[in-house]
Write a protein that binds this ligand. Sequence first.
Ligand code: SF4
Ligand code: SF4
Ligand code: SF4
Length: 367
Amino acid sequence: MREVRIHGGLYIPDPDPPKEAHVELTTSCNLNCKFCYRQSWNERIGFMSEELFYHILDELEGFGVRDLWFSGWGEPTIHPKFEEFTKEASKRFNLGMITNGTTLMRKADLVSEHFSWVFVSVDVTDPEMYRNLRVGSSFSVVEEGIREVGGRDGADLWISTVLMRSTVDKLPNLIEWASEVGARGVLLSNLIATHPALAGEQIHAKVQPEEITRVMERVRTLSMLHHVRIVEPFFYYRTERRCPFVEEGSFAITFDGKVVPCLFTLHDYRAWIDGREVEVKQLVFGDLEEKGIEEIWWSPEYVAFRARVKIADYPSCNDCLLWEGCQIADSNEYDCWGNSPTCSFCPYYRGTVQCPRSYIARWVIGA
Ligand code: SF4
Ligand code: SF4
Ligand code: SF4
């Protein structure tokens, strides 16, 4: 299906195939970060099978996908077949990865040689604060791996940082450090709280908080002085809505082969958005164990969903006066305009939350 009717009008979707896929090799991780999505979910932990991985590579290559990211809700480098998967995927795609960096030192040769982009999650450079957030990790171990990869030719190294109220005043230190370790840029994102205790850590709001305006002025100056790029999120809700996944021809695949439109709806979990609890339901448009990616991508449901996202045919819960008490907004299953599912409270849509992706890496280096 190549066209869709919305409110009596005819919407003709972008005829191109997707450009980028986020592939979740595993939902297992060697850390237990305080703010991880996995804190509030109850799904099984799993690893992508070899058979499914190679099937996915064939499907994506055949459909014209160019960029492949090892991402999702786990640490890709702990997959037992990580090395083999990396070598094969890099022959057929531009390869990117989001990693916690704990194994980077050991895997530096492989990473430098086969990846185009590596984003390492580091939120603060104070070792004590880092250890309290990234439970199970050590700043010095991660830093060693980062310096090793940052000092080599090959993969572009980025730092990916989640901003929180308790750590944001340390951001200038992190920018200076990122430059020193050889990072090309720092991708900043606001937090999606996945525990009630973290709800107060969300910085972005209806009006940009003054403290963040002050910190960001300093951060921008430092980024210019030290030649390290920063990619900022929005810190307040603008009227504009733009889904980075739908607009940039991107989607995600879970470790067990489900095709979902984005990382926000990769699995079922609970989140505390703008102070209230919501249920985020996994949004599956097909299963690669059963159907091909072309059939899933062009299915009437997925085409109509992307069309609605593009024309912002959803209410905006984030600045609705009824948000705190609205039961319709208890989950992304429904909204008050009759949509099901809905993107009505998604922070990616408002640009307050962002994740590593090719558009950022390419756009910033001007390729
Ligand atoms: S490294 Fe990532 S996947 Fe692992 S616990 Fe931390 S946030 Fe979760
Ligand atoms: S707007 Fe949000 S929920 Fe909807 S597809 Fe985009 S990232 Fe996913
Ligand atoms: S579903 Fe509608 S009424 Fe409820 S919070 Fe969202 S925008 Fe407001």
